[in-house]
Design a binder for this molecule. Structure first.
Ligand code: NAD
Length: 385
């Protein structure tokens, strides 16, 4: 194979965005040849010479593509992903890879049946220079052993019009969650990418605090790692102006990413060693302060799609393997489950118990979703960095 024939399933906000850069040939050795959407108009794509399908499964069965990008509402990531693997296609799935851990497990199991298929997840923030610098400072040991992570990411502001723009949005049945599942998968993925998975989770989720919705739009979570490291994660889609401040503390210093600046305050001696060796009570390690420069280009979805294509054609390692997507799903589920049950949740999360809880929420829902067409606007304004 010299080029990858790509199909996109789901032509809403993000599906059209993927189609845009692919049609502009921003991804080498990839050709967008087909698209599918169950509801959106397809004529403009047909006019560009693409094969069009009114349902994703028909595109998968068509034989027209080698690989699919799945950009539908989250529940269909699992069902369409499983169908695509069964048909021997490579799959690049949007985040979250599934609504809940049991579904993510089913998707991963389907891929295991077809190990020749490449499975990527669209976690494009893993390509952002600022996050790559943080990752490097952690993996190189510069920051020492991580002891605390705090992320206040409350600038995911969304209006009532956003929630009313799609029948699936912000319902247990259509989306399976709120801020944790729609806006935060990128942040949850980065937390586990930097720090690994916590051992236990306590979440406090307010459902429909700011919006006329039944799912969480305001969250405070406490996470604890097996080695005693702790984390607090605060998010909201109702707060304006909101904050985006990530602080990572290690034994060798503190990293803060806020206001488009990355600052590293470095302990000359690791704090635990210093504490043990110091002869006086109020002494502190000497510090060095450095502003870490980073290239300010935003994450490019096209970079991840290029990496997916390179993985198919050359066997290049994936930046975001699909299997790793189960971790952010588990973090989201466990945080919500903890809040709903009023308990600390030990990880790994009991996937079946959470699925049962979600089914109960769906069955007991009395929420009536009102859908209102939104004024066309630039969707890329929604990307937070
Ligand atoms: N990586 C990112 O930066 C990013 C940004 C936005 C959205 N997303 C993710 O992309 C997904 C879609 O989000 P969106 O905002 O584009 O939603 P959207 O509602 O705008 O679009 C979804 C589209 O999927 C179509 N669809 C639904 N079921 C289908 C099926 N079975 N077959 C074919 N088409 C089907 C709908 O008609 C709709 O056009 C979500 O999972 C979301 O989390 C990722």
């Amino acid at each position: 194979m010299q080029n990858v024939r790509l199909g996109i399933i789901g032509l809403g906000n993000i599906g059209r965005y993927h189609a845009g850069y692919l049609l502009e040939h921003k991804v080498g050795r990839a050709q967008l040849v087909a698209v599918a959407d169950a509801f959106a108009p397809l004529e403009t794509f047909a006019a560009k010479g693409l094969e069009t399908f009114a349902d994703g499964e028909a595109l998968i069965r068509s034989g027209a593509v080698d690989a699919v990008i799945i950009a539908t509402p989250h529940y269909q990531h699992t069902t369409l992903g499983i169908a695509a693997f069964a048909a021997g296609l490579h799959v690049l799935v949007e985040k979250p890879i599934s609504v809940h851990k049991a579904d993510a497990g089913r998707l991963i199991a389907a891929r295991q049946q077809r190990p020749e298929c490449v499975f990527g997840a669209m976690f494009q923030l893993r390509t952002e220079p600022r996050y790559l610098k943080i990752k490097k400072l952690i993996t190189s040991g510069e920051l020492g052993r991580l002891v605390r992570v705090n992320w206040i990411i409350t600038d995911w502001f969304r209006t009532e019009a956003y929630y009313a723009s799609g029948g699936w949005r912000a319902t247990w049945k259509g989306e399976g969650g709120g801020a944790l599942l729609n806006q935060c998968p990128h942040n949850l993925d980065l937390v586990q990418w930097f720090c690994g998975m916590p051992a236990r989770v306590r979440g406090f989720c307010q459902l429909g605090r700011y919006h006329d919705i039944e799912v969480e739009d305001n969250v405070t979570a406490y996470w604890e790692w097996a080695d005693g490291a702790t984390g607090v994660f605060i998010t909201s889609t109702g707060e304006a102006p909101g904050t985006n401040r990530l602080e990572l503390c290690g034994t060798r210093g503190r990293l803060v990413l806020a206001d488009n600046r990355l600052t590293f305050v470095r302990n000359e001696t690791a704090m635990d060693e210093f504490s043990r060796a110091a002869k006086t009570g109020f002494a502190r390690p000497d510090i060095w302060k450095a502003e870490i420069p980073f290239d300010d280009t935003p994450a490019q979805h096209a970079t991840l799609t290029q990496n997916f294509v390179d993985a198919i054609l050359d066997g290049s390692p994936l930046i975001a393997p699909g299997e790793e997507g189960i971790r952010s799903v588990e973090l989201a589920n466990a945080t919500l489950y903890s809040s709903l049950t009023g308990q600390t949740i030990e990880l790994p999360l009991d996937a079946a118990a959470y699925e049962t809880k979600l089914q109960q929420l769906i069955a007991e829902s009395r929420f009536e979703k009102k859908v209102v067409a939104v004024v066309a606007e630039d969707f890329t304004k929604s990307f937070v960095r």
